[in-house]
Unconditional design. Structure first.
Length: 180
C-alpha cells in the first residue's frame, strides 16, 4: 500500500472532507456536499437545541441565528447554507452520495416542487411547507432523509428525468438532479 493511499485512508476515518476523494475513485458515485456556517453560540442557545445541534466545523463560521432568520424572512437567504453543486447530471444507476460537511443537520429530501421547510422562521416570504417536508422529523419520511454532521446519505434508484431535492430545514438549499 502506498504512503499516499495510507494517508488517504487514515484521513477518511477522521475527516468528512476525504469523502470527495473516495467518491472520485468510485465512478458509480456522484458527490454532493451540504455546507453551512452555523454559529453554535447563538443557534444552540437561542433555539434550545442543545450543544450538539450546531458544531462549529468551519473555522470562522459565524452566521448568527438572528442573521440567518432575518435573511430568510427577507427572501435573501444566506448562500453559505448550500448544496454543492447546484445541479447535477447523472446516469441511471449512479449513486448520489450526499455528505454533510456543515455544522448542523440537514435533509436531502425529494420534492415535486421547491418550497418551504418545516421551520416557518426559515422560510422565505409567503413560502409554506412543501408536503414532503410536512411534520418535520416526527414524520418518518422526512427523518429518513436527514443527514447528520459528518455523515452521508446515499440516494439510489432514481428514475430517468428531473428530480428536485431540498433541505427541509433550510429550504433554500436546493439541487436539481437530471438522470439520463
Ligand atoms: Cu439544511
Amino acid at each position: 500500500m502506498s504512503k499516499l493511499l495510507t494517508l488517504m485512508l487514515l484521513a477518511g476515518g477522521l475527516s468528512a472532507g476525504v469523502s470527495y476523494t473516495q467518491a472520485q475513485s468510485q465512478p458509480n458515485f456522484a458527490q454532493v456536499v451540504a455546507l453551512d456556517e452555523c454559529d453554535p453560540a447563538t443557534v444552540n442557545t437561542a433555539t434550545g437545541a442543545g450543544p450538539d445541534f450546531c458544531k462549529n466545523v468551519a473555522l470562522g463560521a459565524s452566521t448568527t441565528l438572528q442573521d440567518l432568520l432575518a435573511k430568510a424572512a427577507a427572501g435573501t437567504p444566506d448562500p453559505k447554507w448550500d448544496f454543492e453543486p447546484d445541479s447535477l447530471t447523472i446516469k441511471q444507476g449512479q449513486v448520489i452520495s450526499v455528505v454533510d460537511q456543515g455544522g448542523e443537520p440537514h435533509t436531502f429530501t425529494e420534492v415535486k416542487q421547491f418550497g418551504g421547510g418545516f421551520i416557518p422562521g426559515l422560510n422565505g416570504p409567503g413560502e409554506s411547507v412543501v408536503p414532503e417536508c410536512a411534520g418535520g422529523f416526527s414524520a418518518l419520511a422526512v427523518a429518513k432523509t436527514r443527514i447528520l454532521q459528518g455523515s452521508q446519505l446515499e440516494v439510489i434508484g432514481l428514475s430517468k428525468g428531473k428530480h428536485l431535492f431540498q433541505c427541509c430545514i433550510h429550504p433554500w438549499m436546493r439541487i436539481e438532479v437530471d438522470v439520463k
